[in-house]
Design a protein. Structure first.
Length: 335
């Protein structure tokens, strides 16, 4: 049996069916991300595991034990929320030490554990400061330290970085992953941010309206979405009616829709010949700069595509120019 098992879990809030027959397993030591839009059920599943919500039906197992009806206090689970939830009247040391004191750990051991964990999260020099003297990122690291200092069986992170600016958020993603690996602690991370899920995860479970739409590694979900929802949520796929692409290329498709990533589309001023690619002619309608990547939108008759071009030097393509596209056949996903 896997370390964490959700078995046919359902959750209703009144008539609202929030979790629908969830079957999910997490291996010990993994960092697993529950990814999806707001209201899809990912945070509710996390709270059911923590014991903050009761399941309507189904069972939850942790390390071989059925914890479905076990109190939250005795499950051995640490949790970090989007809100830092620090005690404003306690300094960093006492915020982190709170759970250890509740567990009546000896004073000297508390001192050693708190100093060790603050060293790990890079906040030992802030040990006497109060929450209002810390930045948002520092407060979130204190919350993380408080959650892991008690050595929980599982660490749960519910959108902990969503209120932090982009640069600091990227740095904290790296720090969370480093700490998780160093402690080898089984971790479940909830986010609506696909980039964050890609950076952090051993395994991603994509949620949609209470169901698990698709599960896999970051690369598997990005390169091989199995449904239209997965293709629209992961990556920057352009979803097209297969009939339109067939008309533009002369190929035959048996599916209803196709998904095309912008990085498999190449642009040139001259037509090319390659049997491994679809070839289209179109007009540049607009372009958007993403740092060293320029994303062009090209209208090819009834087919509208995006193409990502790495900007190195030279003059970018201009709006209104006629261009030729080459699309890798093996990169077109049939849905």
């Amino acid at each position: 049996m896997s370390y964490i098992v959700f078995e046919n879990v359902n959750k209703f809030f009144g008539n609202n069916h929030v979790l629908k027959d969830i079957n999910l397993e997490v291996e010990k030591g993994q960092l697993v991300t529950l990814l999806g839009p707001s209201g899809c059920g990912k945070s509710t599943l996390l709270r059911c595991l923590a014991g903050l919500e009761t399941v309507t039906s189904g069972r939850i197992y942790l390390d071989g034990n059925d914890i479905t009806d076990v109190s939250a206090r005795t499950r051995g689970i640490g949790m970090v929320f989007q809100q830092y939830s620090l005690f404003p009247n306690l300094n960093v040391f006492n915020n982190v030490a709170y759970g250890l004191k509740q567990n009546k750990i000896p004073k000297q051991e508390i001192q050693e554990k708190v100093e060790e964990i603050l060293e790990m999260v890079g906040l030992k020099e802030k040990i006497t400061q109060y929450p209002n003297q810390l930045s948002g990122g520092q407060q979130q690291r204190v919350a993380l330290a408080r959650a892991i200092v008690t050595e929980p069986k599982v660490l749960l992170l519910d959108e902990p970085l969503s209120a932090i600016d982009a640069l600091l958020r990227r740095n904290l993603q790296i720090e969370i992953r480093r700490i998780q690996k160093e402690l080898n602690i089984t971790t479940i991370f909830v986010t609506h941010d696909q980039d964050e899920a890609m950076v952090l995860s051993d395994m991603i479970h994509l949620f949609n309206e209470g169901f698990i739409e698709q599960s896999g590694s970051a690369i598997e979900l990005y390169a091989n979405p199995r449904t239209k929802f997965a293709a629209t949520f992961i990556g920057n796929y352009r979803i097209l009616p297969a009939a339109d692409l067939a008309k533009a290329t002369g190929e035959i498709f048996t599916c209803q829709d196709v998904a095309i990533r912008p990085e498999i589309v190449q642009i040139s001023y001259q037509p090319t010949v390659d049997e491994d690619k679809y070839h289209l002619k179109g007009v540049i309608t607009n372009s958007i700069s993403h740092g060293n990547i320029i994303r062009y939108n090209i209208q090819c008759g009834e087919v509208n595509l995006n193409a990502d071009v790495v900007y190195e030097s030279g003059i970018p393509y201009k709006e209104g120019e006629t261009v030729y596209l080459s699309v890798r056949k093996d990169g077109v996903i049939e849905l």
